[in-house]
Design a protein around this ligand. Structure first.
Ligand SMILES: Cc1ncc(COP(=O)(O)O)c(C=O)c1O
Length: 375
C-alpha cells in the first residue's frame, strides 16, 4: 500500500509526536531499574544538566524538572506550582495552547487575567506593559512562544523584556520551539520554560520538563493545587537522587538521552534550527509553486509548522490526507476556527529532501485527482 520503507510506513509531518531516528527508537529496547545509579545518575541527572545547558548560558541559576505525562501536564504543573494562592496570572493567548492555559487556571482555581487575540495576530509588548501597569495584582505572566495551532511565532524577546521591566515572573510555553529555535532563557529573564520530550529534541512521547530559575522555584513550596503535578516536590526529590517521585517512564527517558546525543551530533540547536528553516523554505517554495497559500504572513511564521489554506471551498482534506499518507507522508488537520486550513510540520527527523519529495508527491496527487488551485 505504501510507497515508503517498511521500517516506518510514513514520515510524520506533524507537530509531535514526530518522526524519530532509528537510534532513538532503538534506545527503547532495554529495561532500566528506577533506583539504580545507572539510570538515576547516568541518565536522569545527565538529562537534567544537559537541558539546562541547552536553555541558558548561565546554568548555575537554573535547574530542570522532568514530569511524567504529555506537555500539558508540565504546563499545568508549572502554572499550579509557580503562582501562589494570593498571586495572579496574566495569560496571553492567540491559539489553542494559550487558551488551554486559561482553562487550566479556571479548573485549578488560579486567579487570572487574559490578553486574548485572534489566531493570526501576535501580542504586543506595549499592550502587555499597559496591562501590567494597570493591574499591580498581576504577579506572573504566561504565554506560548510558537503557537502550534497556526505556527505563529510570538515575539519572545519583546514580551519577555516587557514582563521583566515590570518585575513579574515569566512563564514561557516553549513546547514546540525549545531545541529547534535558539534563545537564551537567562538573557530573556525567563523564570519557567516548558517543553516536552517529543518535540524539537526529537524524543518519543511520555514526559515533559520545566527548566526553572532555581531561586524562583525554591519559593514555590506549598503552592501546588495538585499532589501529582507539584513541580516543587518533584524537583526536591529529583534533585536529591535523580529519582522521580512516582514511576518514571524509563524507556522514554533513555531514548530522550539518545535524542540529546543526536542533537549534539547535529551541531546543537543552531544547526537544528537551520535544518528546520531549510525544510520550511523548501515546503513554502514547493507549495506556493503549486498555488497553495499560507494562512500567516511570512513575518509571523515560525519554521516549526505551517498552516495552508484549503485551495477551494470544496477541497476534500480527508481524501487528500489519505492519498498523501499512502505515498509516505502524514499531514495534520488545521485547528483554527476562522479558516479552513491544514498543517504541515517541519520538525523531527526530516530533511529538505523529504520535504521536496512531499511537494512532488502532492503535485502528482493534484494532477491525478484533478485538484485545482485558483491562481
Ligand atoms: C505550544 C504547545 N503547548 C502545549 C502543547 C500541549 O502538549 P501535549 O499535547 O503534549 O499535552 C502543545 C502540543 O502540541 C503545544 O504545541
Amino acid at each position: 500500500m505504501y510507497d515508503f520503507i517498511p521500517d516506518n510506513p510514513y514520515i510524520l509531518l506533524t507537530p509531535g509526536p514526530l518522526s524519530t531516528s532509528k537510534g532513538v527508537r532503538n534506545a527503547l529496547l532495554r529495561d532500566w531499574c528506577t533506583w539504580d545509579a545507572d539510570y538515576n545518575e547516568d541518565i536522569v541527572q545527565n538529562i537534567r544538566r544537559r537541558l539546562v545547558a541547552l536553555a541558558t548560558a548561565a546554568p548555575d541559576g537554573y535547574t530542570a524538572v522532568l514530569m511524567q505525562g504529555s506537555g500539558s501536564f508540565a504546563v499545568e504543573a508549572c502554572l499550579g506550582s509557580a503562582v501562589p494562592r494570593d498571586g495572579k496570572l496574566l495569560i496571553l493567548h492567540n491559539g489553542t495552547y494559550g487558551r488551554r492555559m486559561v482553562k487550566m487556571a479556571q479548573v485549578t482555581g488560579i486567579d487570572y487575567a487574559e490578553y486574548g487575540l485572534p489566531e493570526t495576530q501576535t501580542p504586543t509588548a506595549a499592550a502587555v506593559e499597559e496591562m501590567l501597569s494597570r493591574d499591580l495584582g498581576i504577579t506572573h505572566v504566561a504565554f506560548v512562544h510558537c503557537e502550534t495551532t497556526t505556527g505563529i511565532l510570538n515575539p519572545l524577546e519583546e514580551i519577555s523584556h516587557a514582563v521583566k521591566a515590570h518585575g513579574r515572573t515569566l512563564i514561557v510555553d516553549a513546547m514546540s520551539s525549545f531545541g529547534g529555535i535558539p534563545f537564551n532563557a537567562d538573557e530573556l529573564g525567563i523564570d519557567f520554560l516548558i517543553s516536552s520530550a517529543n518535540k524539537c529534541v526529537q524524543g518519543v512521547p511520555g514526559f515533559a520538563f520545566v527548566i526553572a530559575k532555581r531561586d524562583v522555584l525554591m519559593k514555590c513550596e506549598g503552592n501546588a493545587r495538585s499532589l501529582c503535578l507539584d513541580l516543587y516536590d518533584q524537583w526536591r526529590e529529583m534533585d536529591a537522587s535523580g529519582k522521580w517521585r512516582y514511576t518514571s517512564p524509563t524507556h522514554i527517558v533513555r531514548a530522550f538521552n539518545q535524542a540529546l546525543d543526536e542533537l549534539d551530533a547535529e551541531g546543537g540547536i543552531l544547526a537544528r534550527y537551520e535544518r528546520y528553516r531549510l525544510n520550511h523554505h523548501v515546503l513554502i517554495d514547493g507549495m506556493r509553486k503549486l498555488g497553495f497559500r499560507t494562512l500567516l504572513e511570512d513575518a509571523l511564521q515560525s519554521p516549526i509548522i505551517t498552516s495552508f489554506l484549503y485551495p477551494s471551498a470544496n477541497f476534500d482534506f480527508p481524501a487528500f490526507y489519505r492519498q498523501v499518507k499512502e505515498r509516505g507522508f502524514v499531514l495534520y488537520p488545521g485547528k483554527i476556527s476562522r479558516a479552513d486550513t491544514f498543517r504541515i510540520g517541519n520538525i523531527g527527523d526530516v530533511c529538505p529532501d523529504d520535504i521536496l519529495r512531499l511537494t512532488e508527491v502532492i503535485a502528482d496527487i493534484m494532477a491525478r485527482h484533478n485538484i485545482r488551485v485558483p491562481r
